[in-house]
Ligand binder design. Structure first.
Ligand SMILES: NC(=O)c1ccc[n+]([C@@H]2O[C@H](COP(=O)([O-])OP(=O)(O)OC[C@H]3O[C@@H](n4cnc5c(N)ncnc54)[C@H](OP(=O)(O)O)[C@@H]3O)[C@@H](O)[C@H]2O)c1
Length: 339
């Protein structure tokens, strides 16, 4: 089950995008959101992932207000030609107000944002540059046009979008090819299946599911909000609080049973489900579970070799429809709000 002796399979991001390992690594939690991080084990996690064939490394300019890009920079520079480096722009934060989130998609902002990311990462080109959130007040063609200019200027290799609908993806792709869409997709969050998966399959765009472990909930390690540190962003997540959390814990039962039958962990079954669900939609998929621990990367990567049968998939099918609580406290900037 956990035979990691061979590197994981590879898949292409988009029709002319890079080949990457079928599972990537989310680096966000190394700098913010899920409680305090020990630096040395987090650095070891990056190296362990690469050793296992993980090549897509995911960050964003807002994670730790730039600190996450700076944190992974030495790793990126040491392995520049072995990895696919993905970062994002589009969410504006304020250092003096941790809860503030603005969305910026205007060309001038995009041109400034890319230079900031390149500087913090210490590289001269970003392999995959995502628009993190969509501001409907700015015409999409204008924003994607500005992103395409970055490709022509050699600052960015491939374009990506995050939290877009199927219609938005089609509109953007007509301006410039989109290699990948990064959106939340897991046993708990399936609104991408409304319109995005169909459009991505039609256009040959890859899906990069974020929070494939439901921000850790699907691993079975969360019991109640009292175990979260005061700065843990999940304190404010509806699914992790009060009665919702209790109800959602009950939903993990089939996951635990299927895990036991496979000699696997619930996290592995949740990751195997995302891989297989993408095949149903005819999509290339590269989930990016986030972890700061090398042993968890090994566990998560091993999930790429698990195959769930029809009966097991059928037992997991109803879970998303029964989840209590939205996936964000404020859903207004998600794709679901524009479906
Ligand atoms: N585009 C967007 O809007 C967006 C939004 C959110 C996230 N992201 C990206 O997606 C990545 C992944 O999402 P995420 O980090 O939010 O959620 P996730 O991958 O669903 O879950 C991460 C949480 O699960 C824990 N974990 C990971 N593997 C585990 C295992 N095998 N057993 C037990 N616990 C495990 C991690 O803790 P430890 O670190 O302690 O292992 C962390 O608390 C992020 O790092 C970020 O790069 C993008």
């Amino acid at each position: 089950m956990s035979d990691n002796s061979k590197p994981i399979a590879k898949v292409a991001l988009g029709t002319d995008g890079p080949l990457v390992g079928v599972q990537g690594l989310g680096c966000m939690g190394m700098s913010e959101f899920y409680g305090p991080t020990d630096e040395a084990p987090a650095r070891a996690t990056l190296e362990a992932a690469l050793d296992l064939g993980v090549t897509l490394f995911d960050t964003a300019d807002i994670y730790g207000l730039g600190a996450n890009e700076e944190f992974i920079a030495p790793f990126v520079r040491a392995h520049r030609d072995e990895i696919t480096l993905a970062t994002k722009f589009g969410i504006e934060r304020k250092a003096d107000d941790p809860h503030h989130r603005g969305v910026r998609n205007d060309p001038e902002y995009i041109r400034q944002a890319v230079d900031g990311s390149l500087r913090r990462l210490g590289v001269d080109v970003i392999d995959l540059y995502y628009m993190h959130r969509r501001d409907p007040a700015v015409p999409l063609a204008e924003s994607v046009g500005a992103m395409a200019e970055l490709v022509r200027a050699g600052k960015v290799r491939h374009l990506g979008l995050s939290e877009v609908t199927g219609a938005e993806l089609r509109e953007a792709h007509a301006v410039h090819p989109v290699a990948a869409v990064q959106s939340e997709w897991s046993l708990f969050s399936r609104d991408v299946e409304i319109s995005l998966t169909g459009a991505a399959a039609d256009l040959g765009v890859a899906l990069v599911p974020y929070s494939p472990l439901g921000r850790g909930f699907l691993t079975g390690s969360f019991q109640d909000a009292s175990q979260l540190s005061a700065d843990d962003f999940r304190q404010y997540q509806p699914r992790f609080s009060g009665e919702n959390a209790k109800r959602n814990l009950d939903l993990l039962e089939p996951l635990r049973e299927i895990a036991t039958a496979h000699g696997a962990t619930p996290a592995q079954i949740a990751l195997a489900w995302v891989q297989q669900r993408a095949r149903v939609h005819g999509l290339a998929v590269v989930p990016i579970p986030g972890t700061r621990r090398a042993e968890r990367v090994r566990e998560n990567v091993a999930a790429t070799r698990i195959v769930l049968d029809e009966g097991e998939l059928g037992r997991l099918e109803p879970i998303a429809g029964q989840v209590a609580g939205d996936r964000y406290p404020d859903m207004s900037s998600t794709s679901a709000a524009r479906e």
